[in-house]
Ligand binder design. Structure first.
Ligand SMILES: [Ca+2]
Ligand SMILES: [Ca+2]
Length: 402
């Protein structure tokens, strides 16, 4: 048997299979004998595929085990997978979401409410729970949530007010910044205080961010915060303090198909594209805006990148390594991507049963996207004939990718 890495072009030409491999040192595969396209695909290194190729190219008594026969039978299915890879380009991502973790396994009701998700430099996931105020950390390899910090409620006019933690992101120091819409602030937890043994308590980082919802930090450390229905995108210096307006999305309200529900959030999820321009999700219009930023952090007039019915409910944003903008489209229970050319493509969508349940935030760790399920009962995330969203499992993290 030949190791995959030693296959030659002659072997490839002799091959009856539509998929061939040249693995080392490029870590690439070639699809089809006459197809010169080469694509990155780590799947080539899966033991199963190596065994398949060996069995297909050099049958031997060793291949006559049930495992080898199964592997060979699996080759066609794997070929189909690779054909999908080719269509996707250099960063193959399986578009089928699955549940990484149910954040409240004993309940399908909203006993935990997570609007957003981020990841630290080690690929650990973080989500703020609006109900408890806890900041949850999840290792995708062993997905059991642990509490690493909390946002304490405040007394406002004699009422106890929860922070309603929204988007969150790490700054260069490793401190975690969280948009707190009910406080009209950004709060932060220092890196050293993100500790499951002694969870830290968030404190004020920035003030004057009315309706603070989306949050993103640029390369210089300037923090951008979206104000939701007021359409303002604020900027805050890297050290924190008072926010100033940086850009303005014009107000707009859309009536949902139920004829009653009004959607007025025009400045929601934020992310930066490869050029450093700020992308803004417009939930109300079903649109994506781009704002060029000056050296002082002020934004130019927003430019419409895309507006499409597939984006009605556009919430959290994340940019993949090819420059496509992935959008959690909450009211359609969908993940949609917008290409740099402005093409809008649906990645995944489902009904109230999930695994997407009012997806509202997402983050990439490598090629995998992790999605926070907010599970608001609205539009595609509504139980039949009821104002509930008890279908599915409730607050959870879904995973899309390898
Ligand atoms: Ca649950
Ligand atoms: Ca649900």
């Amino acid at each position: 048997m030949l190791p995959v890495s030693e296959l030659t072009l002659t072997d490839i030409k002799r091959s009856k299979v539509p998929l061939v491999a040249i693995s080392r040192p490029e870590r690439r595969v070639v699809i089809g004998r006459n197809d010169r396209r080469r694509i990155d695909c780590d799947l080539i290194f899966s033991g199963l595929l190596k065994r398949c190729l060996r069995a297909a190219h050099a049958p031997s008594p060793l291949c006559e085990t049930p495992e080898m026969r199964a592997a060979t039978t699996g080759l066609l299915a794997l070929s189909a997978t690779f054909a999908g890879c080719a269509a996707l380009g250099p960063a193959p991502i399986s578009p089928t979401p699955s549940i990484l973790v149910d954040l409240d396994p004993a309940s399908v009701d909203r006993t935990v409410i997570v609007e957003s998700i981020t990841a630290d430099r080690n690929g650990l996931l973080y989500l703020p729970d609006r109900v408890s105020g806890n900041i949850l950390r999840i290792d995708p390899k062993s997905p059991k949530p642990v509490v690493v910090a909390r946002i304490e409620p405040r007394q406002v006019n004699g009422q106890t007010v929860a922070a309603n933690g929204g988007s969150l992101a790490f700054n260069a120091q490793g401190d975690l910044l969280i948009a707190a819409s009910a406080f009209n602030e950004v709060v932060s937890v220092r890196a050293a205080d993100l500790d499951p043994a002694k969870p830290g308590v968030a404190s004020t980082f920035a003030t004057g961010t009315q309706g603070a919802n989306g949050l993103a930090i640029d390369r210089s450390g300037t923090v951008y915060v979206s104000g939701g229905a007021n359409g303002t995108v604020y900027r805050v210096p890297a050290a924190g303090g008072a926010a100033q307006p940086a850009a303005q999305i014009e107000r707009f309200t859309r009536t949902l198909p139920d004829g009653r529900t009004q959607q007025a959030i025009v400045a929601n999820g934020l992310a930066f594209d490869a050029s450093g321009a700020l992308l803004v999700a417009d939930t109300a219009r079903g649109a994506l805006w781009k704002v060029a930023l000056g050296a002082d952090g002020t934004g130019a007039k927003p430019v419409l990148v895309a507006q499409n019915a597939l984006l009605e409910g556009a919430d959290g944003l994340a940019v993949d390594r090819r420059g496509d903008v992935w959008v959690a489209v909450n009211e359609l229970n969908a993940i949609v991507k917008v290409t740099p050319a402005g093409q809008v493509q649906q990645v995944a969508r489902n009904d109230v049963a999930g695994p997407l349940e009012f997806p509202s935030g997402l983050v990439f760790v490598g090629d995998a996207a992790y999605v926070s399920n907010f599970d608001t009962p609205r539009r595609h995330n509504l139980d039949a004939g009821a104002n509930t969203a008890r279908g599915g499992i409730g607050a959870s993290v879904a995973r899309i990718g390898r």
